[in-house]
Write a protein that binds this ligand. Structure first.
Ligand code: NAD
Length: 249
């Protein structure tokens, strides 16, 4: 890692109080960035924490304003806040579909909309969206969640096309199953969490869950000038899951 690659730059990480977002916030700070965490529960973060609900436009606009008021600039936005949904296409009613899509998809648009005027002023602007292998893998019992992540993938490509001429690079990461509090919550609801964790590890092509720090490393790459000619891509961090799917054993 180059400890000065983000020197002088300011980053927003949504959902940065936990899991992947927390690892991303720490990684960007380790690279020299000043980091603002926008989260429903920002009180415990060691970064500049701003309480924010990405499903509420006024909350998003006010949070982005607090960041630019504090740091006078904005260079990097990591749209990472998201929630899960379990079940097949019939498992969730219209209200739940609207709620999940509003947070996971419209949330990305809201934060980006508020950030764009500031990013246009930055000489090294980058947006990285946390998408998922669910966008492309055809996962079972994840219909609504997969639809939301598929939309984020398409939105990433469209935003990249719209804003590359303004000097803003936009990419996403597609994590596999990552060892975060989210996955711990899912495991703890099973009858035997330890056995379930072992089974989950065994289901990964490389035999273990992905570490949040590994996703953070990919985000840092896409946020940094090291990827200066890369925009409109999805970087898989999934232990080889995507490759396996394309070429079944
Ligand atoms: P997590 O539950 O550990 O953290 C999510 C964070 O987002 C929390 O701090 C939460 O407070 C915040 N958040 C939730 N709703 C919000 C809202 N409306 N406004 C602002 N903040 C909100 O989850 P995680 O596993 O770190 O997941 C983070 C992202 O990574 C999500 O977008 C998720 O879809 C994606 N992802 C996770 C995995 C995985 O296996 N854990 C895999 C692929 C993609």
């Amino acid at each position: 890692m180059n400890s000065s690659e983000f020197d002088g730059l300011v980053a927003i990480v949504t959902g940065g109080a936990s899991g992947i977002g927390a690892a991303v916030a720490d990684r960007l700070r380790a690279g020299g960035a000043r980091v603002a965490v926008l989260d429903l529960n920002a009180s415990g973060t060691s970064h500049f924490g701003v309480e924010c609900n990405v499903a509420d436009d006024a909350s998003v606009r006010s949070a982005v304003e607090s960041v630019t008021a504090r740091f006078s600039r904005l260079d990097i936005v990591v749209n990472n806040a998201g929630i899960g949904a379990i079940g097949d296409v019939a498992a969730n009613d219209d209200d739940e579909w609207a709620r999940v899509l509003d947070i996971n998809v419209v949330g990305v648009a809201r934060v980006t909309r508020a950030a764009l005027p500031h990013l246009r002023q930055s000489p090294s602007a980058a947006i990285v969206n946390t998408c998922s292998i669910a966008a492309t893998a055809g996962l079972q019992q994840r219909a609504l969640y997969s639809a939301s992540k598929g939309a984020i993938l398409s939105l990433t490509l469209a935003m990249a096309a719209d804003h590359i001429r303004e000097g803003i690079r936009i990419n996403c990461v597609n994590p596999g199953t990552v060892d975060t509090p989210w996955v711990a919550r899912l495991l703890s609801s099973s009858a035997d969490p330890e056995a379930e964790r072992a089974a989950l590890n065994a289901r990964q092509p490389h035999g273990r869950l992905v570490a949040a720090e590994e996703v953070a490393e990919a985000v840092a790459y896409l946020a940094s000038p090291r990827s200066g000619s890369t925009s409109g891509t999805a970087l898989a961090v999934d232990g080889g899951m995507q490759g396996l799917r394309l070429r079944p054993p």
